[in-house]
Design a protein around this ligand. Structure first.
Ligand code: PSV
Ligand code: MN
Ligand code: MN
Length: 426
């Protein structure tokens, strides 16, 4: 862990410049009737969960290039998230993947979580790989498998995930299925849906009433002809059939190129069914890039929908669970997560700056150019001083990535855990 005073020392030489920039932006915003301090508070309150599988270097199917110092067990993963949270004050929770992260020493873990001011956000089931000693294979699907025994085994695994989560006070089960088919005709498409629906209903029944189920969709991979839950419509219909505690999870990487994701987000909120978000970025495929690195405008438009819906009294959407879902093979994963959070906070800040009254007016009057200009005004504002101020207010570093490097964290982790440490993960 970093000491608070170490972070303050690292902030010290940057403070004067930061204060100048923050005051300058606050003045400019106040001339637009915007209160910078209020925006900063909303950024401070925004928390995004870190998945345990993003803390080690990911791989491609061609190879993996570990950088060393990667967490070897759940305690070390929690420790890494604690470090991130110290640096940016925005990552106060961790998502577990079972069976990679089966909690053993519950009391010890609870104490560690408390000390690091963290909570467990969600548990994610894994029925996309066969585990050692498992009776039925998932080669042809899990919750949708044609074999009753395989489906029961996958249902039981999800119920076990809930039990593991309960031990650590989690309240969310996230279900992502690799089920689908690789060839035309391989699978009866409607029956596969019905079997999935039945299996999910059995899990939902077993879920405590204060738990939520998030159902993730994905149009391709690892199956390339069809997936059983390819799109938000399928997730939505499954949630509708299950009950109010099942909601749709939008993973940014799970869309075909050029999909209007912000519109999907708006629709789901309108229907009160947007349950969660997995942030990442992509050019071609899933989980490829750092969130907001290649399409920052799209990320802003997504946040614009979130902010707009949050202010609309006429709709009631559940609290949205935010998580980063990424896995990189060339960057230091901790640096990447700090960058991702920063891009997320920047997009959120910009969405908070949109002049909504003027925008609604322009929209009602079909003033296309004016509406677009309003969006551009917000998007082109340099919000870095707001984000830095939010870090500072939360006791974090003004520049988290620079502080991470200056504090020599990776070097220390390599010393403690070794050059060749490996973590499980995607
Ligand atoms: C596979 O596509 C995936 O990236 C999904 O997005 C899940 O959320 C994640 O793995 C963890 O199972
Ligand atoms: Mn995901
Ligand atoms: Mn994914």
């Amino acid at each position: 862990m970093l000491s608070e005073s170490r972070i303050q020392d690292l902030n010290q030489p940057l403070l004067e410049e930061h204060t100048l920039q923050f005051n300058f932006l606050s003045d400019a915003l106040s001339r637009r009737q915007l209160d910078a301090s209020q925006v900063v508070q909303q950024l401070v309150d925004f928390q995004v969960a870190i998945p345990s599988w993003a803390l080690g270097t990911g791989g491609t199917r061609f190879g993996r290039f570990p950088l060393g110092g990667e967490p070897r067990n759940l305690e070390e993963k929690i420790n890494d998230v604690g470090l991130l949270h110290q640096l940016n004050g925005s990552s106060n929770s961790i998502s577990l993947h079972i069976p990679w992260d089966i909690p053993q020493d519950i009391a010890g873990l609870q104490q560690q979580l408390g000390e690091q001011k963290l909570v467990i956000d969600s548990v994610n089931s894994n029925t996309f790989q066969d585990q050692k000693d498992q009776h039925y294979s998932y080669k042809f699907g899990s919750l949708s498998n044609t074999e009753e025994g395989a489906r029961q085994q996958a249902i039981q695994h999800n119920i076990d995930c809930i039990r593991h989560g309960q031990a650590l006070n989690a309240k969310t089960l996230t279900v992502w299925l690799a089920d689908g088919s690789n060839f035309p005709g391989q699978q009866h498409l409607r029956r596969a849906y019905l079997r999935t629906q039945e299996s999910l209903a059995a899990i939902y029944e077993a879920m405590p009433s204060d738990w939520n189920m998030l159902i993730e969709y994905k149009p391709y991979e690892p199956n390339f002809y069809s997936t059983v839950i390819p799109d938000w419509g399928t997730s939505y219909s499954l949630c509708q059939s299950l009950g109010k505690n099942a909601n749709v999870l939008v993973d940014l990487g799970h869309h075909l190129p050029n999909t209007n994701i912000e519109q999907i987000v708006g629709r789901l909120q309108q229907f009160g069914r947007l349950g969660g978000f997995h942030f990442n970025g992509s050019m071609y495929g899933d989980d490829d890039l750092t969130t907001g690195s290649s399409k920052p405008f799209q990320l802003f438009l997504i946040f614009n929908e979130l902010v707009d819906a949050a202010r609309d009294q006429s709709i009631s959407n559940p609290t949205v669970a935010y998580m980063i879902d990424a896995s990189h093979n060339v960057k230091d994963p901790l640096e990447d997560l700090l960058q991702s959070v920063e891009n997320i906070l920047s997009a959120y800040a910009k969405a908070l700056l949109v002049d909504r009254t003027a925008l609604y007016e322009a929209q009602e009057n079909n003033d296309v150019v004016r509406a677009e200009e309003i969006m551009r005004d917000a998007f082109l504002t340099d919000v870095r001083p707001l984000v830095a101020e939010a870090y500072k207010r939360a006791g974090g570093a003004l520049r988290p990535v620079a502080a991470y490097r200056a504090a020599g964290i990776r070097e220390q982790l390599i010393q403690q855990r070794g050059k060749l440490s490996l973590s499980t993960g995607l």
